[in-house]
Design a protein around this ligand. Structure first.
Ligand SMILES: C[S@@+](CC[C@H](N)C(=O)[O-])C[C@H]1O[C@@H](n2cnc3c(N)ncnc32)[C@H](O)[C@@H]1O
Length: 193
């Protein structure tokens, strides 16, 4: 299945969990959501590949600093580390790259210190759930918590189930799902209470 075919295969009627709502936004709207709420501190993207979404965030948000975390361990991604460094070097001290697995990288952040997190690392259930549990305490109250690939097109993806289970366990009122991403898969988000 091609990328475009996979996007076309998203079943929008399957988002029936009581906490879910489809919103007419894409993840390209996250910088605006951050600005509207005065979230201008530290951001983190977990899983950045070539750094293209990190670049988008740096170009379009007022975040003081964005940390881009990736282990670049899988063969399909390892060659992208150099490209990411080259792309993000233009942002000087506003961009920090951590080349490490997600969970050890969490320890570099104080609890309650991060205004924005976008989870897009490993996509199987256990890893997504661990990322959600590990990164959530790092966020400030009112911070924007988000992640990519909220769909079930690929059978080995556990993003939807992990996010639903996490939201149920924390009694998160609403999981917003973006449905206006341009040639891209939907993201999930909510603002931390
Ligand atoms: C789908 S790509 C990220 C794409 C990027 N967020 C974007 O939108 O352009 C997934 C990335 O997650 C990284 N990754 C996978 N498991 C990881 C883990 N446990 N810790 C850190 N990075 C991981 C991979 O190396 C890969 O670069």
């Amino acid at each position: 299945m091609t990328h475009d075919e996979a996007i076309a295969a998203i079943d929008w009627t399957a988002y029936t969990h009581p906490r879910e709502q489809l919103v007419r936004l894409g993840r390209h709207d996250f910088p605006r959501l951050l600005a509207e709420r005065g979230l201008t501190g530290v951001g983190v993207e977990v899983g950045v590949a070539a750094g293209l979404y990190s670049k988008f965030l740096l170009d379009n948000s007022q975040l003081r600093c964005l940390t881009s975390v990736d282990d670049w361990a899988a063969p399909a991604y390892s060659r992208l580390h150099a490209a990411c460094v080259a792309t993000l070097s233009a942002y000087g001290e506003r961009s920090v790259i951590i080349k490490a697995p997600s969970l050890p990288a969490v320890a570099q952040f104080h609890d309650g210190s991060v205004d924005f997190i976008h989870i897009d690392g490993a996509h199987d259930y256990d890893n997504v759930r661990q990322d959600l549990e590990a990164w959530y305490p790092k966020m400030t109250r009112g911070a924007l918590f988000s992640g990519h690939d909220y769909h079930t097109v690929w059978p080995d993806f556990g993003v939807v189930r992990a996010v639903r289970d996490f939201a149920d366990a924390r009694d998160v009122p609403v999981i917003s799902i973006t449905c206006r991403d341009v040639n891209n898969f939907p993201s999930w988000y909510w603002f931390k209470d």
